[in-house]
Structure formats: structure tokens, C-alpha cells
Ligand binder design. Structure first.
Ligand SMILES: Cc1ncc(COP(=O)(O)O)c(C=O)c1O
Length: 359
């Protein structure tokens, strides 16, 4: 008997995967990575740490030294820190723990696509609310979504990807308050938190249904390492630890994270430079026929006043500059998202944009 193909879950078979074109260009400003390699000294620190690894042994299962290092940085207990392979794995672990069949996650579009994607993969139903025209969070809309759907998990992303908009502290407080009246968990994704003026991390407490995810991919120049973390009440970290695969975080990655933490002030200086460059770019774009949005991240969104997003994206690629094309995403018609690069890369982007727009 010849069998058919094993049956993929129907909801997975119907979906398309995650797409972000990787094109070989001179200036890559499309994935919100840090524009430069880690600071001088990081390689040497990592090599020293590698010498200590016992490769025939499993890694420290609880990544205790790394959790301690992160806890020190945020002035929290190591038991309030969870670490995983990129903040995407952090989010996936949250959804495996708090989502699942018969449960619901709420997102407010436009936002980071992986919140919905990961939720659906874990069998969680996704309900969509919408941000206001200027991409700020409308608390009446949040209240409507909570009252209508009683989500088990509610995602905020601040600064939001792709708009760059930061949800101010009083807005986050209001959402915490709304979620406190339910059995649901508020997840604030702060992958770009270091570039923003405020963070929800200070609000974390045992009785507050709030967790904050962060990453080494952006500020720490370590996108290649795939390392992210969560700040959360101790009891939530305990639950996540039950769900994640044993030894999921390899020794190499733990060593890389710990080595990076030795360079905290160098990283802070880099963040300051990127924030300054973001200001420079946004102010230069004021002189061009484009609409821009204020951003608290290492990227911003813009739209040409009289050219389609697809055309502008292609014209930039033709000049060997890659930005993210969001033009066909819901509610982002014509928009492109550009990551802040090195000053040189930013100049090349500005030159190309000025030339294309004939300004
Ligand atoms: C908002 C947001 N959250 C999470 C991530 C995932 O980051 P990581 O590299 O830590 O998995 C990204 C990556 O672009 C992001 O934009």
C-alpha cells in the first residue's frame, strides 16, 4: 500500500512562512540590526570564555551566570529573568505556556507580525485590535478588545515595529490596569527598548500581570547569536522554565551573552549615537517630499508623497540600498522602513533618496 503524505496540521498548511528578502547589496538597512560589530575587546573576552567551555558536557541548564548578569543590569533578582534563543523564542515560550487551543491572544495592528504568527503556531486564536491613524494606542480600542474577547495574552510592542511609536508610561499603566481586571497576561515586546525614553520593565511586580521581552540582537550587535530575555515575576519565570526544552541555551551563547554584558557602557554609547543619527536622518527627510513618523527605535517609517512604495523600494535597491518594503502591509500603504545605519550608510541612503525623489 502506498501511503499519502503525512497530514500537516490544516492551519499550518494554509499559512505562508515569514518572509524578509535577503538581497546582496552595499547598504543593508532592512532588518533593524546594529550597524557595527560588537566593541573591540568583545572577541577577546569571548575567546577567554570559550576556553572554559567543557564541550563534552551539557550547558548550565538554567544559564545562571547569564541570568545573574542581566538581573544586575536591571536591578532585579535572577529569578525574575528568563533567557532564550532570541526574543522570538522567549515569545514562543510565553505562548506555549499561556496560549494554546481554546485560548486567545490580542494584537493591535499594525505591529510585529511574529506576535500573531507565533500565537497561531501554538494553536492560539488571534484577535486583532487596531491602532489609531497616527499609530498610537487607543485605550478605548484596548478596552473594547479586552471586554469582547477576554484575551489570555495581550501584546504591546514598544517601540512598535514597524511604526517606531513608543507607548508612553501612562498608556502602559492603563493597559496594565485593564488587564489586572482579567486573568490575562500583558506582554510588552521591547526589542528596541534601549532606543526609547521609557520602559515598562520598572512596573514588573509579583502581583502585576506584566512581562517585558528584550533582545541582544539590536543594541548588543549580536543578531547572529540569537539571544533574548524576559523580565517577569518569579512565578512566571518558573512556569516558562517548565515549558522550554532542557539545555535549550547552548554554552557558546551563554558565554557570548555574558561577555557582551562586560561592555555595557560601550553599548550605551552606541545607542546614543544611533539615536543621534535617527534625529539627523529624520530632520533631513523634512526637506524631502516624504512623510515620516517619529520613532523611539533604531529605525523609522516613511512614505514618498508622489511615488509608490514598491517603486521607491526598487529604486533604492537599484542603488544597492536595501530597506524594508511595508507598502503592501495592511494600513501601511506606500510605506518603507529604514534601519539607522552607520553615519556613512545613512549618508548613502540620504543621497540615493534625494536623487530618486529629484529633490
Ligand atoms: C518587535 C520585535 N520583537 C522581537 C524581534 C525578534 O528579535 P530576536 O532577534 O531577539 O528574536 C524582533 C526582530 O526584528 C522585533 O522587531
Amino acid at each position: 500500500m502506498v501511503g499519502g503524505r503525512p497530514k500537516v496540521r490544516a492551519d499550518i498548511a494554509l499559512r505562508s512562512g515569514y518572509h524578509s528578502p535577503q538581497i546582496d547589496v552595499r547598504v543593508r538597512l532592512n532588518t533593524n540590526e546594529a550597524p557595527t560589530a560588537p566593541p573591540a575587546g568583545f572577541d577577546a573576552a569571548l575567546h577567554r570564555a570559550l576556553d572554559e567551555i567543557q564541550w563534552h558536557r551539557y550547558p548550565d541548564r538554567s544559564a545562571s551566570a547569564l541570568r545573574r548578569g542581566l538581573a544586575d543590569r536591571y536591578d532585579r533578582s535572577p529569578r525574575e529573568v528568563f533567557v532564550a534563543n532570541g526574543s522570538n523564542e522567549v515569545l514562543q515560550t510565553i505562548m506555549l505556556t499561556f496560549g494554546g487551543a481554546g485560548r486567545t491572544a490580542a494584537v493591535f495592528e499594525p505591529t510585529y507580525a511574529l506576535h500573531s504568527h507565533i500565537s497561531k503556531t501554538t494553536g492560539t486564536e488571534v484577535v486583532e485590535g487596531f491602532r489609531a491613524e497616527d499609530f498610537s494606542l487607543d485605550l478605548d480600542e484596548v478596552r473594547r478588545v479586552i471586554e469582547t474577547h477576554e484575551p489570555d495574552v495581550l501584546f504591546l510592542c514598544s517601540p512598535n515595529n514597524p511604526s517606531g511609536v513608543v507607548d508612553p508610561p501612562d498608556t502602559v499603566d492603563a493597559v496594565v490596569e485593564l488587564m489586572s481586571g482579567t486573568d490575562g497576561l500583558l506582554v510588552v515586546d521591547e526589542a528596541y527598548g534601549q532606543f526609547a525614553p521609557s520602559s515598562a520593565a520598572t512596573k514588573i511586580d509579583d502581583d502585576v500581570p506584566l512581562v517585558v521581552s528584550r533582545t541582544f540582537s539590536k543594541t548588543w550587535s549580536m543578531a547572529a547569536a540569537r539571544l533574548g530575555y524576559l523580565l517577569a515575576p518569579e512565578w512566571i519565570v518558573d512556569e516558562l522554565d517548565k515549558v522550554v526544552l532542557p539545555y535549550h541555551l547552548d554554552s557558546f551563547k551563554q558565554a557570548a551573552g555574558l561577555a557582551a554584558l562586560e561592555f555595557g557602557s560601550a553599548m550605551d554609547e552606541r545607542v546614543a549615537l544611533i539615536v543621534e543619527e535617527r534625529g539627523r536622518l529624520l530632520s533631513r527627510l523634512q526637506d524631502l517630499p516624504v512623510t515620516t513618523w517619529e520613532s523611539g527605535a533604531n529605525f523609522f517609517l516613511f512614505r514618498a508623497d508622489s511615488m509608490s512604495g514598491d517603486e521607491l523600494w526598487q529604486a533604492l535597491v537599484d542603488r544597492s540600498i536595501l530597506v524594508r518594503n511595508c507598502a503592501s502591509w495592511p494600513r501601511l500603504e506606500g510605506c518603507l522602513r529604514v534601519t539607522i545605519g552607520t553615519p556613512k550608510e545613512n549618508d548613502l541612503f540620504l543621497e540615493a533618496l534625494t536623487e530618486i525623489l529629484g529633490a
